[in-house]
Design a protein around this ligand. Sequence first.
Ligand code: SAH
Ligand code: MG
Length: 223
Amino acid sequence: MTAPHDAAVREIAPDVLAAFESAKGFMPVDEGLALHAAAVRAAGLGLPLVEVGTYCGRSTILLAEVARAAGVLAVTVDHHRGSEEQQPGWEYHDPELVDPVVGRMDTLPTFRRTLHAAGLEEHVLALVGRSPQAAAAWGRPVGLVFVDGGHTDEHAGGDYEGWAPHLAEGGLLVVHDVFPDPADGGQAPYRVYRRALDSGAFAEEEAAGCRSLRVLRRTGPGL
Ligand code: SAH
Ligand code: MG
């Protein structure tokens, strides 16, 4: 489907790209550029762009830049205590992100510095809490849902169940860390991607994806 706003696809501002590249996080540059391009297309709907999984704001920068240009809001959800694999002793733990006072991870201060450095604070609404609770409290259609939160079936599935129903028709569901082959990574995001396609309410925008970043367009009701 060729949307009328496809003409809006454009390059990312160089200072924003530099801020993205220097931010802490887990979004590779090539997949980030695909996320940015998807957000540009989705922003044509004039609705908020929602991210689940803020971490330190690396991918948030990309949505915020699009939000600024399009005059919409980027919304990013995280409890800021980290996913399972980011806890002490696990593969993706970063000791700099532990709050010494409470002895738990806290990515919120780093996230705020990231957005401030990028000059994008005023285009972002940060929701601090659990994704299912935020989704349940959310009350309006959105133009993009980017699922990049917890990688268990409970969390990734909850992100899909909570946020996909808010997606407007024509809006985009973007899922990160989709690995069809279990040898390449965990299967929960892949199962979310499959569920969306199998629901009949989504169609894949194959040309819009990049490696593990998949882009689906909401084509109808039925969720
Ligand atoms: N998008 C980020 C990476 C996100 S990492 C980047 O570009 O670097 C995943 C994040 O999801 C972690 O910060 C973790 O705290 C958050 N998370 C995991 N499960 C969650 C849940 N159920 N609700 C809210 N946040 C969650
Ligand atoms: Mg990810």
